[in-house]
Design a binder for this molecule. Structure first.
Ligand code: UDP
Length: 358
């Protein structure tokens, strides 16, 4: 059998890998070797997803020593190179836009192993986001660019990159797969997630977002469920102290630990609105039929804005008006913005066609 070498390291990548893992398991042509770069090692951001989503245990798990970004890239590249030299795979698969994605892409390119980038062509056009640099660089190094949307294909073509496949979105595959047997009743409650450095690293800004969400909840007499990312927790402790949960409760915000994937989908599906800065959660909100307010200045998922399923909210002062406009809005997903729920099957078919002689 031919070997796919999957490089993952961060929460969204574990979820993306789950969809491809199901397709690979059904294929008579491929087996998969997984390398975990150790970028996210907190059990609530890592182990829980391997167990819940049936992802095989990684063959290679790197232990990163430093938290300095550029030194960590060096560590990741070294570990990935050793593992690739040991495994000699037929293709390398990387997902999304994290440092693990770029480190994997650089080593695959150096070793001249065909590189497949899933979620290619997404652009926020904001070079202040480290993810944007990772995406652009990874796309340049890829042998096959797997783009989730027509916009992503157009972005690639405008950069002179034509070796692409329009696949649909594998996170949409997952959301449909894992919600098909979930029966949730819509409640008035809303879901909030935020973890982007631009929103949570400055205590003033994080405080303003919390106050804006609290004001919306108090005004509407509803509550918000808020699974708190470890990065955000650090900021909340700085502002409100260790007992931040009770302070937030006074604003009708229920702060909880990060939840597993299925629990997150249940929360999205049963909420009347999602407020988020996450790339994945924006799309999952659409997949689950819930409107979202994206607390960012831009998004790579522009079709959500064009279709009115989401709205951008750049500043906390805009939240009341925009959340009010989207609260309880019904989302019709028959427009299939992110494909037919079988993106991973289409992707594997194309990889087989191009990289093994059948
Ligand atoms: N997620 C989860 N539990 C949580 C919050 C998020 O399972 O408490 C999932 C969710 O499916 C999301 C994915 O983690 O799509 C990655 O989200 P994150 O916001 O970390 O990264 P981004 O999508 O912004 O890169």
């Amino acid at each position: 059998m031919a070997q796919i070498f999957t490089i993952i390291g961060a929460r969204p990548q574990f979820i993306k890998a789950a969809a491809m893992t199901r397709a690979i398991a059904d294929s008579p042509f491929w087996n998969q070797t997984i390398l975990h770069t150790g970028q996210h090692y907190d059990p609530l951001l890592s182990d829980i997803f391997f167990e819940e989503l049936n992802i095989p245990k990684p063959t290679f798990s790197l232990k990163l020593i430093t938290s300095d970004r550029s030194e960590r890239m060096v560590e990741m590249r070294k570990g990935i190179k050793e593992a690739l030299e040991t495994s000699s795979p037929d293709v390398v698969l990387v997902y999304g836009d994290t440092d693990s994605t770029l480190a994997g892409a650089q080593v695959a390119h150096e070793l001249r192993i065909p590189l497949i980038h899933i979620e290619a062509g997404l652009r926020s056009f904001d070079l202040n986001m480290p993810e944007e640099i990772n995406r652009i660089e990874t796309d340049k190094l890829s042998t096959l660019l797997v783009a989730p949307t027509r916009t992503a294909i157009a972005n690639l073509e405008s950069e002179g990159l034509f070796h692409s496949l329009l696949s649909g979105d594998i996170m949409h595959d997952n959301a449909l797969h894992f919600t098909k047997d979930l029966h949730c009743i819509k409640t008035s409650s809303i879901l909030v997630t935020m973890h982007r450095p631009s929103n949570v690293d400055s205590p003033e800004r994080l405080h303003s977002w919390i106050d804006a969400v609290g004001e919306f909840c108090l005004d509407n007499r509803i509550s918000a469920v808020f699974p708190v990312h470890p990065r955000t927790e650090k900021g909340l402790i700085k502002i409100f102290g260790k007992d931040f949960k009770s302070t937030l409760m006074n604003q009708r915000i229920k702060a909880i630990k990060p939840v597993g994937y299925i629990e997150l989908l249940k929360l999205i599906k049963s909420s009347s609105l999602v407020i988020t800065d996450s790339g994945g959660v924006q799309k999952e909100s659409y997949s689950c039929g819930t409107a979202s307010v994206v607390i960012r200045h831009n998004t790579e998922w522009v079709e959500l804005l064009e279709s009115g399923h989401s709205v951008l909210c750049p500043e906390p002062s805009d939240l009341m008006e925009l959340a009010t406009s989207k609260h309880s809005q019904i989302i019709d997903t028959s427009d299939n913005l992110y494909g037919d729920g079988n993106a991973s099957v289409h992707i594997l078919k194309e990889i087989s066609k191009r990289f093994i002689s059948l």
